[in-house]
Design a protein around this ligand. Structure first.
Ligand code: PRP
Length: 208
C-alpha cells in the first residue's frame, strides 16, 4: 500500500498556477504536461532494466535498457493531457485508452470505451488521470486492468482528495499512487476542494 506525494518546489509552483481560475486552457495544458513529467519521473523509479552494451564513437560502453513492457492507460478525456509527456519519457510504452466519465448526478463512473486485449498483459500499467476525487473512476480502471492480469498498477494523478486515495487503497491495496497534491475534502457535487475545477474542461476548453 503506497501513496507518494511528489514533494518538489517546481511541482508546488506549477500546481499553484494550475489551481488558479485565471489560468487559461493553453497554459493549463502545459502545466499539466510539466506535472505529468515530474509525476512520471517519480513513478518510474523502480522500473526494471537489463544491462546492455553500446558502441560509442570511441569504444564500447555498458549501459541499461528497459526490461519491462509498460502500458500507459489514460482515462478519457482528461487523462489524454498526460499522455504525450509520459510517452516522451518512455517512447516504447503502449497506450491503452479507457473511456470513463462521471455521471453528474450520481458521481458514479460510466464506462463508454474499452478495448483492452484478452491476453499478454503489460508488466506495468501507469493509469493517467489528472483528478482522483471519489476514486470511483480509478477503481473502475484498476478493476479492468486486474481482469487483464496486469501485475503492477500505478495510478498517476495530479491532484487527489484524501477520500479517493483511501477508497483505491482499501479496494486495491497493491496500487502505487503518485500525486502532486492531496486536498482535504470533496464538496456536495463531489468536486475536490479547493481543487482546480474540472480538469477535462480546462484542458479542452469546454467550460460552459
Ligand atoms: C473526472 C476526472 C476523473 C474523474 C474523477 O473526469 O478526470 O476521471 O472525474 O472523479 P472520481 O474520482 O470521483 O471518479 P470526468 O468525469 O469529469 O470526465 P472528463 O475527463 O471527460 O472530463
Amino acid at each position: 500500500m503506497s501513496t507518494t506525494t511528489v514533494d518538489h518546489p517546481l511541482v508546488r509552483c506549477h500546481l499553484t498556477r494550475l489551481r488558479d481560475a485565471a489560468t487559461e486552457p493553453a497554459e493549463f495544458r502545459i502545466l499539466v504536461q510539466r506535472l505529468a513529467t515530474l509525476l512520471a519521473y517519480e513513478a518510474t523509479q523502480d522500473l526494471r532494466t537489463a544491462p546492455c552494451t553500446v558502441t560509442t564513437p570511441l569504444t564500447d560502453a555498458t549501459g541499461e535498457q528497459l526490461d519491462e513492457r509498460i502500458g500507459l492507460v489514460p482515462i478519457l478525456r482528461a487523462g489524454l493531457g498526460l499522455v504525450d509527456p509520459v510517452l516522451h519519457l518512455i517512447p516504447s510504452a503502449e497506450v491503452w485508452h479507457l473511456g470513463l466519465y462521471r455521471d453528474e448526478t450520481t458521481a458514479q463512473p460510466v464506462r463508454y470505451y474499452e478495448k483492452l486485449p484478452e491476453s499478454r498483459p503489460v508488466d506495468v500499467a501507469l493509469i493517467l488521470d489528472p483528478m482522483l476525487a471519489t476514486g470511483g473512476s480509478a477503481v473502475a480502471a484498476i478493476e479492468r486492468l486486474h481482469r487483464w492480469k496486469v501485475p503492477r498498477i500505478k495510478l498517476l494523478s495530479v491532484l487527489a482528495a484524501r477520500e479517493g486515495i483511501d477508497r483505491v487503497l482499501s479496494e486495491f491495496p497493491q496500487t502505487q499512487i503518485y500525486v502532486c497534491g492531496i486536498d482535504p475534502e470533496l464538496n456536495a457535487q463531489k468536486f475536490i476542494v479547493p481543487g482546480l475545477g474540472d480538469a477535462g474542461d480546462r484542458i479542452f476548453n469546454t467550460l460552459e
